[in-house]
Design a protein around this ligand. Sequence first.
Ligand SMILES: [Zn+2]
Length: 477
Amino acid sequence: MTAQLSLFNTLTRRVEPVVPLAPPRVTLYTCGPTVWNYAHIGNFRTFLFEDLLRRWLEASGYDVFQIMNLTDVDDRTIRAAREAGKKLTDHTAPFTQAFFEDRDYLRIKPAHVYTPATAYMPQMIALVSRLLERGVAYKGEDGSVYFALAKFPTYGRLSRLDTREIKVGARVASDEYAKGDPSDFALWKKADAEDESVGAAWDAPFGRGRPGWHLECSAMSLAEIAKCCNVQTLDIHCGGIDLIFPHHENEIAQSEGATGQTFSRHWVHGEFLNVRGTKMSKRHGNFLTARDLREQGVDAAAVRLLFFQTHYRQPVDFTDEALEAAKEGVRRLGEFHARLSGNGKRETGNDGLAELSRKLEDDVAAALNDDLNAPRAVAAVFDFVRAANRELDKPVPPPGTARALAAFERVTGILDVLPTARAADPALARWVEERIAARAQARKSKDFKAADAIRAELAAKGIEIEDTPQGTKWRLR
Ligand SMILES: [Zn+2]
């Protein structure tokens, strides 16, 4: 295991060492998408910082168990289903599928378990019953069940809420509300005609209804960590900063109100993404989806690099210029990778390249251990590329390229920012081989003009060639 990972803990507002309950296991809960529509690229910024966290924990020797929920019943999904004239599950299923496709496109590692809220009704009903038994919840005269903030004195700790603002007995039924409106919130909402019409109502001992959004994450995370690890406390809980209040505040109240145990040891929140100055968002103003990018043929590596160039606790502007710069960065990484790979597997020696490789891995580890400082890790990668290229430019190429290649691949594997390999179609490949053979023939007969013309002809089709002792190699740019 490498040196200690520290992360900013929203609960204490300090960067603190991550101390799992039972190392090397780390239980990681990441609030997932609401599958009422396609996920916005801003949602994916959060999922990408969580992906990097997961990969870094694993690279550091931890055994991560990641849970991600799929919110397939809440105010928004019900409204969207009704507007589409569909049953709830008919409306959400394609968006769940789309989310998985987008996740794969962006090279996000799948969570170990995905929990659709509608599949956890018994656990949600049990959690509400428990909160009622413990006296921290009550049934309102409107037939819904509410959490009683007055019975949970530590409410507001995560969001640093001034609890004097809490009006005892004031109630809020909607899933989303502002920080200025802390009130008893709905755990279970009595079914109304709209819920019934889309099939979003379940029988429960305390009345037919449906879960509040906040309840879902508490019930599902507690159910899954009990099943996997027989615990009631998460090691790390992640989400976007917009979830701190009321969502995560309410998750803490519900979970700790039921178990009497700390709900999560570490709370980690990612900043927003702003979509500005981009012409690519064609659907809804600045509502840019991952599939918009995929349809534009944007390499996922460029999206990852763009996001990782900013610290997860800093806002990012997504612009055409930033994306172009990231594409160029990815191209340089790919070129360097090809150069290093094509350099032959020489013996590792104690030379400049080996020293640079050691520094690369040390710098990246130090950066990621320091509150997942991805921009510093990315900078270390580009410093390495520059310095290693200088070594490779020397008249006598250095030994140690195998070591350098391994270090470079390990680091870029964690960030996952190397360009997607483009496979050439067989007809193109045949044509390229034929042109390369013609060029070799021209060179043999010292017709360098013809040889150069063929190289230019290939370049015009995006084919790069390189003459090596083993013959001429080519690749798609
Ligand atoms: Zn959640």
